[in-house]
Design a protein around this ligand. Structure first.
Ligand code: ARG
Length: 459
């Protein structure tokens, strides 16, 4: 197949370089967007009378039939076409002849590829938002039925204070909500049309950029043609937002991996989402959260790749930009599958061991702060109360007992203000219930949180 630029060149491309230069193997992903972009362009050229109505219609019908052929499996873009843009143009010319050669009037592949990738990413962002909402819903379901289930809360991975399990899980809902807000903001910067910037300088052909932007559902158009073909900030922003999504997925994955160990036993994996070992018959492995945790590295890597690709590129378009696609495609694929996998894992892959959880919070010193707060309630300055409780902890440790095992007289040896009601104060249910400060783990707060989320996620 001769190249569109063949008249300008004496010899043809070295076959290895031809393949090296090509992007069709991956940018064929953009086929629908490329066709939609071309349809909008052809319609606009008809409207501005650059093409006759018949020519415009002929091109549009040709493009529609290429789309149908692709869907029906009768056309598959591939080599020797260099990229998806040439592939469609070549196919169109094949199909409708000379008129097809008019499609590329007043545009360049530079504004075309920018348009395609934005259209593609916009769609994917909408799907990812739905996947995030589904994940939030699956967390909310577990939270709603576990308001009164307690789980040890940790700082430094050391037992800190008991929590409502719902409160713990709802922390992730907040993270995923911020991710959704960030994605929405990224979407608004993805949703800007570069079409009509042509190669870099605009065009003398009579085009109507607002028309194509509207046809393609863009909210706005790039104001500067050079920026329009050079901007890949939106790719970085998308992958950066995705990197944060992966970090949140990775954190919950890590917790699940810990929870299902024999050491923690806070939860167990059902057979739906666990795998066995090829050698050790007793094993049930948390492959799903491990894979999610591992795949986080891919997305971080994609972000690094994109940042490096755009660094130091002089204005305007440079072929380096062809390298933007694979990291963006891979990121979309990775976060979409990981979000789905985590949702399935939460829905049917994990069962909390409520008995073990309740037992855990009953058998540690995570109510130490409450002991100190009890004395604070009796007007003992907090710093003094803290020291007194430190002494009590040491006293218990040397005897291998817990606060609840102490007699009232023993408490009173440490401070005369301790009364019988100290035992109620130490009960983990009461401990959690008492943390009623705004946003705290107290049951009233958590019920409020659950209700807020139920309303919010319905929308
Ligand atoms: N395949 C190219 C890309 O992905 C399309 C744009 C090519 N433009 C050019 N001036 N060579 O960026």
């Amino acid at each position: 197949m001769s190249k569109v630029w063949s008249n300008r060149f004496d010899s043809s491309l070295n076959p290895f370089i031809e393949e090296f230069n090509a992007s069709i193997s991956f940018d064929k992903t953009l086929i629908f967007e490329d066709i939609d972009c071309s349809i909008a362009h052809a319609k606009m050229l008809g409207k501005t009378k650059v093409l006759s109505t018949e020519e415009s219609i002929k091109i549009i019908e040709g493009l529609e039939s290429i789309k149908e052929d692709f869907v029906a499996g009768k056309f598959s873009p591939g080599p020797p076409s260099e990229d998806i843009h040439y592939s469609i143009e070549e196919k169109l010319i094949n199909l409708i002849g000379e008129t097809g050669k008019k499609l590329h009037t007043g545009r360049s592949r530079n504004d075309q590829v920018g348009t395609d990738i934005r259209l593609w990413l916009r769609k994917k962002i909408d799907v990812i938002d739905i996947l995030l909402a589904e994940l939030q819903n699956s967390l909310l379901d577990i939270a709603e039925s576990n308001i009164y289930t307690l789980i040890p809360g940790y700082t430094h991975l050391q037992r800190a204070q008991p929590l409502s399990l719902a409160h713990h899980l709802l922390a992730y809902l907040e993270m995923f909500e911020r991710d959704r807000v960030r994605l929405k903001q990224v979407r608004s910067r993805v949703n800007i049309s570069p079409l009509g910037a042509a190669a870099l300088a605009g065009t003398k052909i009579k085009i109507d950029r607002n028309f194509t932007a509207e046809e393609l559902g863009f909210e706005n158009i790039y104001k500067n043609s050079i920026d329009a073909v050079s901007d890949r900030d939106f790719c970085v922003e998308f992958v950066s937002t995705s990197a944060l999504i992966m970090s949140h997925l990775s954190r919950i994955s890590e917790e699940i991996i810990l929870w299902v160990t024999d050491e923690f036993s806070f939860a167990k994996l059902t057979d739906k989402c666990a795998t066995g070992s090829s050698l050790m018959p007793q094993k049930k492995n948390p492959d799903v959260p491990e894979l999610i945790r591992g795949k986080t590295g891919r997305v971080y890597g994609n972000l690094q790749a994109l940042l490096t690709i755009i660094k130091g590129i002089p204005l305007s378009y440079n072929k380096d930009f062809q390298e933007d696609k694979e990291p963006v495609f891979d990121t979309v694929e990775t976060i979409s599958t990981c979000l789905k996998a985590m949702t399935i894992l939460l829905k049917e892959g994990i069962e909390f061991n409520v008995e073990k959880l309740m037992d855990s919070v009953n058998n540690d010193f995570s109510n130490a702060t409450d002991l100190a707060d009890y004395l604070v309630g009796k007007k003992v300055p907090f710093r003094n109360a803290y020291q007194i409780v430190g002494d009590i902890v040491r006293y218990c440790l040397t005897r291998n007992i817990l606060f609840k095992d102490l007699k009232l007289e023993e408490f009173q040896k440490f401070h005369c203000q301790f009364q019988e009601d100290i035992f109620d104060n130490l009960n983990p249910m009461n401990v959690v219930n008492s943390r009623n400060s705004l946003g705290g783990t107290g049951f009233e707060q958590v019920k409020g949180e659950v209700n807020e989320w139920k309303k919010k996620l319905l929308i």
